[in-house]
Design a protein around this ligand. Structure first.
Ligand code: IYR
Length: 236
């Protein structure tokens, strides 16, 4: 195959209607690509979800940089349908913990999570106690914008919201890990109480909650393994 395109993008007509500019791609020599790919994998492969955080403060600028990185995610129709709400406020964190634990008590102790589900998460050893929500210096809640509210009050549809916000969440987690912080993807289900506590409008729905900070000294993680390449990758 040659590099010849019969239908170049953007077409002359498209470019006359919408602005475009050349993409500034930095070509990296192939040996360096190999090195960078290996070192990024090795770094990401040391990431673990943490369930006991130190209360040591973390500068706000670091949280903001992780959010900026997350917001580089591609999104359906470039709608960027995400809102990150960050707090280190003790009262707000306590309110979130109290509400999360109330939901989780129903999940764990009154079997809202069925037996199969509880068996599946047994190796993680989680329960309804969520102390980390008060102890971690930061709690960030990622909301998905199910639709946009236009200036005239009408509703504008967003597209592929879950996919877009999921990608942003992945980049957020990678950014935090890369800068030396730890987090946990926590979904105290149902999460609707977060709209109320964090004063978010009805077009936004909580997607994931991230306690963020340094791991508590000596913290343990489940001894679980990642799937090998041959379990997750097929080459045709
Ligand atoms: N939301 C509960 C239960 C839970 C569910 C899954 I799926 C997990 O991977 C871990 C926990 C909790 O946070 O405890």
């Amino acid at each position: 195959m040659s590099d010849h395109y019969e239908y170049p993008y953007p077409s002359t007509e498209l470019e006359s209607q919408h602005p475009f500019h050349p993409y500034d791609h930095q070509r990296i020599p192939e040996q360096d690509m190999q090195k960078r790919a290996m070192s990024f994998f090795a770094e990401m492969n040391t990431r673990r979800s943490i369930r006991m955080f130190s209360s040591e403060p973390v500068p706000q600028q670091l949280i903001e940089l992780a959010v900026r990185t997350a917001s580089t995610a591609p999104s359906g129709a470039h709608k960027q349908p995400w809102t990150f709400v960050a707090t280190q406020n003790k009262d707000i964190k306590k309110a979130i913990r109290d509400a999360a634990e109330e939901e989780e008590r129903t999940n764990y102790l009154q079997n809202r999570m069925n037996a199969d589900w509880q068996r599946a998460i047994a190796p993680l050893g989680t329960d309804h106690h969520k102390e980390f929500l008060e102890i971690a210096p930061w709690v960030v809640v990622l909301f998905e914008q199910r639709y946009e509210i236009a200036k005239d009050g009408s509703q504008l549809k967003n597209y592929y919201v879950k996919e877009s916000v999921g990608i942003a969440a992945g980049l957020f987690i990678a950014a935090l890990h890369q800068m030396g912080l730890s987090t946990l993807t926590h979904t105290p289900s149902p999460m609707k109480f977060l709209n109320h506590i964090l004063e978010r409008p009805t077009n936004e729905r909580p997607f994931c909650l991230f306690p963020i900070g340094y791991p508590l000294d000596g913290v343990k993680v489940p001894d679980i393994r990642r799937k090998e390449l041959n379990e997750i990758f097929h080459l045709l």
